[in-house]
Design a protein around this ligand. Structure first.
Ligand code: ADP
Ligand code: MG
Ligand code: MG
Length: 247
């Protein structure tokens, strides 16, 4: 489903990704772990098409189509969803407005009809309910004054509304208490565990993987995949750290 081949990328002229190769078949959840500064977030940004992250080699096929030649909004329309460690705050725009515009932009790009206001509110309420979030909260400006847990629950509401085919979630577990972690994990499983979907879960810690069991775990270090294994590799890394695991 997602086929990353020999990917090289620089940030501010500095080489970060250095021949990264990774293949994620449909129906699977893959976790990427690795030390700070390894290039994990850079990989997420490159896949999302963020400016300033320059691809200097390699390819990324999404359902057989070159992703790197597409604009960020085209990647989203193709069904790619990115969740980030530090969600943006957008003062003056309510979360509901933001979600509705995101969804309708995606539907327009796909040649689908926009949802009516009533249809959208029904969908947003249902998704908020799934995450144990009061839909009233979504009337507030995007992420402004949200706690870490509220931001991540809201991001899962967004993911549920967008219903992507492939999600890349960068340290979506950072700063979450155990209830929020469980809710987010359940959200990922509910929305993304399907035979035609895939997930790339970037995480420092094993704990999210207790809730979202990965089919494969990869260690990213110095811009490439150093090692891959099953779910047990995450436990080994947690026990022994990256240095010992690499030895
Ligand atoms: P990780 O997510 O694995 O901790 P990152 O992808 O965030 O690692 O960072 C990889 C390397 O790229 C680090 O050395 C970091 O300092 C550098 N880097 C990331 N973003 C920028 C930037 N905007 N400008 C300069 N260097 C950056
Ligand atoms: Mg980091
Ligand atoms: Mg990072």
């Amino acid at each position: 489903m997602l086929e990353i081949r020999d990917l090289h990328a620089t940030v501010a002229g500095k080489p970060i990704l250095d021949g990264l190769t990774l293949s994620i078949p449909a129906g699977e959840v893959h976790a990427i772990m690795g030390p700070n500064g390894a290039g994990k977030s850079t990989l997420a940004y490159v896949l999302g098409g963020r400016p300033d992250y320059e691809v200097t080699g390699g390819s990324v096929l999404f359902d057989g189509v070159e992703l790197l030649e597409r604009e960020p909004h085209e990647r989203a329309a193709a069904g790619l969803f990115l969740g980030f460690q530090y969600p943006v705050e957008i003062p003056g725009v309510s979360y509901l407005q933001f979600l509705r515009e995101s969804l309708n932009a995606q539907r327009r790009a796909r040649g689908e009809a926009e949802l009516s206001g009533a249809e959208f509110i029904r969908l947003a309420r249902a998704q908020a309910g799934e995450l144990g979030m009061d839909a009233e909260m979504l009337k507030r400006p995007v992420n402004v004054g949200f706690s870490g847990g509220e931001k991540k629950r809201a991001e899962m509401v967004q993911m549920g509304i967008m219903d992507p085919r492939f999600a890349i979630l960068d340290e979506t577990d950072s700063g979450l208490d155990i209830d929020a972690l469980r809710a987010v994990g359940a959200g990922i499983n509910r929305i993304m565990r399907a035979p035609d979907k895939g997930v790339l879960l970037i995480t420092h810690y094993q704990r999210l993987l207790d809730y979202v069991r990965p089919d494969r775990v990869h260690v990213l270090r110095a811009g490439r995949i150093e090692r891959s294994g099953g779910a047990e590799l995450a436990l080994e890394l947690e026990r022994e750290g990256y240095v010992e695991a690499a030895a």
